[in-house]
Design a protein around this ligand. Sequence first.
Ligand code: NAD
Ligand code: UDP
Ligand code: UDP
Length: 343
Amino acid sequence: WKSIKIDGYGSVPKHFQHVRKLNPIEKKSILVSGGAGFVGSHLVDRLMLMGHNVIVVDNFLTGSKDNILHWMDHPNFELLRHDIVEPLQIEVDYIYHLACPASPVHYQTNPIKTLKTAFIGTLNMLGLAKRTKSRILIASTSEVYGDPEVHPQKEDYNGSVSCTGPRACYDEGKRAAEALAYSFQSQNDVDIRVARIFNTYGPRMKWNDGRVVSNFILQALRDEPMTVYGDGSATRSFQFVYDLVEGLMRLMDSNCTEPVNIGNPVEYSVLELSSMVKDTVKEFNPSCSSVLVFKHAIEDDPRRRRPDISRAKEQLNWSPKWSVQRGLQLTVKYFVSELEENS
Ligand code: NAD
Ligand code: UDP
Ligand code: UDP
């Protein structure tokens, strides 16, 4: 199998000598729905290296076996090909519920399926948590704030979301998922955690997911024009995936049952991001001459987005450690190796 690099751990070697041997009391069975996806697979790496039993449930809609291939033969690891819109009966201690397409091009391809995954899929995961009395962490999103009128966004902001626009299937699906989680908490005492995740990037992002970071990196590596939608003044706060995984694990281990923003509060415009990507790509390809091309603005595109992370700081003692510049270096490196492998 392929060895992979995990920062702070080096490579995951062939014989997994880095996997801790936990004593049976510490070792938990942890379900990661969507564990073959971008974020889920990094979480799986961390949980596996800690020595837990990890069960991945994924229907491979947007995820890939490649992301978890390196664990396939490990006795602590199990992969179930399953669509969470269908009920699932297994025995677990903790559930990280991440299954849902996350990038606009993917969640808008089949909006009804996105809504079913967000609502029925979450219902099934909550039903599973209720029956097994396991703690469940729901991966929600900054999209619950919609196109925010309040800046930066705190967890008590109720959001400005269109329930009819092209992003509604995802935004309203996630809002319903949160409402469902809090209803299972109040009605059935289910032990829930809710993470509102802001834009995240890093290795294992898909090439074709249409997000600004992956688009710009690929375009710059191929010396193609970088596509800016609108005038490039829209802002986002970009979080590196390792920071997110750390935040999710701290939230799971905390007593905080309120929603928690997990994101990097450093905000950049799309134009600023384009020049940072170009600078980073130049370290790998000094002759990169990619220019900008301006396209029509897209419908319902939030103008600004930045998390207020006071709650995560106070309750989880968490804040992001990765600057965008450092995170981009690892991400560009990943895309370079993917391009080489696929050329
Ligand atoms: P991803 O698309 O890479 O991963 C999602 C995974 O869920 C994929 O492996 C996919 O195959 C699986 N999946 C989708 N529908 C399923 C279904 N019905 N049954 C079983 N598996 C299914 O996305 P990601 O970026 O890793 O996002 C993970 C979670 O984090 C999602 O819930 C997403 O909404 C949330 N999130 C991500 C971001 C981000 O910037 N990446 C931001 C906010 C929230
Ligand atoms: N569910 C599941 N796995 C379980 C338990 C429940 O998938 O181990 C599903 C169940 O099929 C239902 C949903 O979770 O669709 C909600 O469960 P709950 O027990 O609350 O619902 P009920 O069966 O009472 O309608
Ligand atoms: N964007 C862009 N060019 C691209 C892809 C996206 O200018 O090739 C813009 C997009 O309009 C938005 C921002 O970048 O303003 C972030 O888009 P992305 O799809 O990455 O994330 P989301 O909109 O879901 O936060």
